[in-house]
Design a binder for this molecule. Structure first.
Ligand code: AMP
Length: 281
């Protein structure tokens, strides 16, 4: 695997790929890699001549400076995981390399996408996500880019941005990888104590509770029931539960519109965890 840290070296490597019309799969990450990330790489390797992974903890998408400071950065472990996954390239730029003094990010109005769920609770987060993904898409110019369904709203935002800027990149989503008890794999799980991790299992239990109790309930009633169920574990702090139309992300109230999804964000200790499952068959 080649490790590339500068835009100059990236361009040199990409020249060969582009000249030969090889397909390039791209997996953007913030590192602290786990099986979830590896599943995206596996999918990319199946369908592209080359796969490039980026690791960049993007400061502009963090609305909480402690979160940025505490974000795990086990770069040596990440590199060896990528080697074992037979990834072709790791793009590992510095902040200065990405956000050069003369670089101006184009702005994008995300409309309603930025006003619900993560958009509402993390002001500026999706502007930061668009900024970095747009920048990386332009630098790397992949054929296909891979994202996890775990960050459900992020996928909607990236799809919107790609269409808005007419970028010739196919966005491919991969299902959420979980541990044996259902906890969604996340880099932030590294920050959980044993007790916090035990409590975090309640998030997936709540999601499955909602799915099992969907029939015979309106969305708003299911929201009430699910919230009550969630609150039976007082050790977790609920930020929000949303039952949404999976396409528009609008909250469902009286009627089911399919496909539908339930999203949860909660804190276990100081760690913010995000998860969702489809409520459709
Ligand atoms: P991150 O490093 O957290 O920014 O995530 C990089 C990519 O991996 C994003 O597209 C995430 O949605 C995806 N991802 C994170 N966790 C998982 C998981 N448990 N299963 C599948 N994909 C994931």
């Amino acid at each position: 695997m080649k490790i590339i840290t500068t835009i100059l070296d990236l361009n040199l490597e990409l020249q060969g790929i582009q000249k030969n019309n090889f397909s390039l799969g791209f997996v953007p990450t913030m590192g602290a890699l786990h099986e979830g990330h590896l599943s995206l790489i596996e999918e990319s390797k199946k369908n592209n001549s080359y796969t490039i992974v980026s690791i960049f903890v993007n400061p502009t998408q963090f609305n909480n400076q402690d979160d940025l400071k505490n974000y795990p950065k086990p770069i040596e472990l990440d590199t060896s995981l990528l080697e074992s996954a037979q990834c072709d390239y790791l793009f590992l730029p510095s902040s200065e390399e990405i956000y050069t003094k003369d670089y101006i990010s184009p702005s994008i109005d995300l409309g309603k996408l930025d006003q619900v769920m993560e958009g509402k609770h993390r002001p500026g987060h999706f502007q930061g996500v668009c900024q970095i993904v747009y920048r990386l898409f332009n630098l790397i110019q992949p054929t296909n880019a891979y994202f996890g369904e775990k960050d459900f709203q992020q996928v909607a935002v990236i799809r919107y941005m790609t269409t808005f800027f007419k970028l010739p990149i196919k966005i491919i989503t991969c299902e959420t990888k979980r541990d044996e008890r259902g906890l969604a794999l996340s880099s932030r799980n590294l920050l959980l104590s044993n007790e916090e991790k035990e409590n975090a299992y309640h998030i997936y239990q709540t999601l499955t509770y909602a799915k099992e109790n969907k029939h015979l309930n309106t969305p708003i009633k299911l929201h009430q029931l699910t919230t009550s169920y969630f609150l039976t574990n007082p050790k977790l702090e609920l930020e929000y539960i949303a039952i949404i139309n999976s396409t528009t992300l609008e909250e469902l109230v009286d009627d089911w519109i399919e496909p539908s999804t339930i999203c949860i964000v909660a804190y276990s200790g100081k760690t913010r965890l995000i998860d969702n499952i489809s409520l459709s068959e």
